[in-house]
Design a protein around this ligand. Structure first.
Ligand code: CP3
Length: 337
């Protein structure tokens, strides 16, 4: 069995494994080359020849234990009919979301047809990827997708969100539908050849009290339970929730949990129970000297040395990362005893 899956399923500390969020992307010159010729990012994700090639780029350079399919969490809103654009400096820009259209959306065939290139890309990658390496699929958690779909991440964030959070019925409605679509998308990615799934709840940190339970815990739990029923190993990443990581872990019970860079790893080790730990180190540490990078990496490896731990970061690699420093870090992790 591939090491990452074995760690997630058996919860045993069998060997040192490593992969990185955003390991294929803007810090790699070979990615930049393809990207500069493909101005439309969503179209690039949906070009299965190119997206499979991009997925494999970091594995040609580095001794990583997994590939993560090159796609985006916003591919699902796109497939549901929203216009999604990535503009330099602005982040993702989505066309206005019409709740009426969303409520009348029931064309699951059309949804899957639009996402088919992602599944084709997974098939292509799995064919070329070494048998002992894991292919990771992913989705955005319903709440995080919703923040983008409703434009909550645009401007005037606080005001927007407070007013918006009063619309509980609408929110629940959308979250429930999204949960269904995401389970379908996960299942199709696994059928195409992906081995595990990671759920990104990047904006879970915006939620408090009851809203945290209803809009973050509940949808994540439903998706995790779906994965468990299908025997798909699943890692959750509820970013920015601080000490609520412990509540999240107790209630959602994923196989693995990715720590963000704000979480004190010693606290996590002591307070999160029976779970496989992943990540935690700040991605910006990679912009520092090699000495400092190794010191910080060693800190995480030492803290989690007796428990199952997959080395990764507390968020995605930043575009300024030096590919050589990443290489040295991977070698350091692999050498760690
Ligand atoms: O991790 C990987 O290497 C796989 C590919 C992947 C991308 N996005 C490619 C991408 C994954 C797993 C994602 C997840 C994603 N996308 C998240 C969750 C993780 C997180 O960052 O919190 C979110 C919130 C998004 C939405 C998104 N996509 C944003 C906010 C942006 C713009 C800002 C940014 O971080 O780059 C994107 C664009 C995007 N997605 C790029 C890549 C390689 C950059 C596109 C470019 O070249 O301009």
């Amino acid at each position: 069995m591939r090491a990452i899956e074995e760690i997630l399923i058996r919860k045993k500390n069998i060997c040192k494994t490593v992969w990185f969020m955003r390991q294929a992307g803007r810090y790699l010159p070979e990615f930049q080359k393809i990207r500069s010729k493909n101005k439309n990012f969503i179209k690039l994700c949906l070009n299965s020849d190119l997206s499979s090639e991009i997925t494999l780029q970091p594995l040609k350079r580095y001794d990583l234990d997994a590939a993560i399919i090159f796609s985006d969490i916003l591919i699902v809103p796109y497939a549901l009919g929203q216009d999604v654009r990535f503009t330099k400096g602005l982040g993702p820009v989505l066309s206005n979301f019409n709740i009426r259209n969303f409520n009348s959306f029931n064309n699951l065939e059309e949804l899957q047809k639009k996402l088919r290139p992602v599944y084709d890309s997974i098939k292509k990658v799995r064919k070329k990827l070494d048998a002992n390496k894991t292919l990771i699929s992913f989705v955005g958690a319903p709440w995080t997708l919703l923040t983008y779909m409703f434009g909550l991440k645009k401007k005037d964030e606080k005001l927007n969100i407070e007013k918006f959070l009063k619309e509980k019925k609408i929110i629940n409605n959308v979250l429930e539908s999204l949960t269904e679509y995401l389970c379908l998308h996960i299942n199709n990615q696994i059928k195409a050849g992906a081995n595990i799934v990671q759920i990104f709840d990047s904006w879970a940190g915006l939620l408090q009290y009851d809203d945290f339970h209803t809009f973050c815990i509940e949808p994540n739990k439903k998706i995790v339970n779906f994965c468990k029923k299908k025997k798909i190993p699943v890692i959750c990443f509820p970013k920015g929730i601080g000490k609520k990581y412990s509540i999240f872990n107790n209630l959602v019970k994923p196989d693995g949990i990715n720590l963000d860079y704000d979480i004190n790893p010693i606290w996590a080790r002591q307070n999160l129970g029976d779970v496989v730990f992943q990540g935690g180190m700040h991605p910006r540490i990679l912009l520092k000297s090699e000495n400092l990078i190794q010191k910080e990496a060693k800190k995480y490896l030492d803290i989690f040395k007796d428990v199952p731990y997959i080395f990764n970061l507390g968020h995605g690699l930043v575009p300024e990362t030096d590919p050589m420093k990443l290489k040295k870090l991977i070698e350091f992790v692999k050498r760690y005893k």
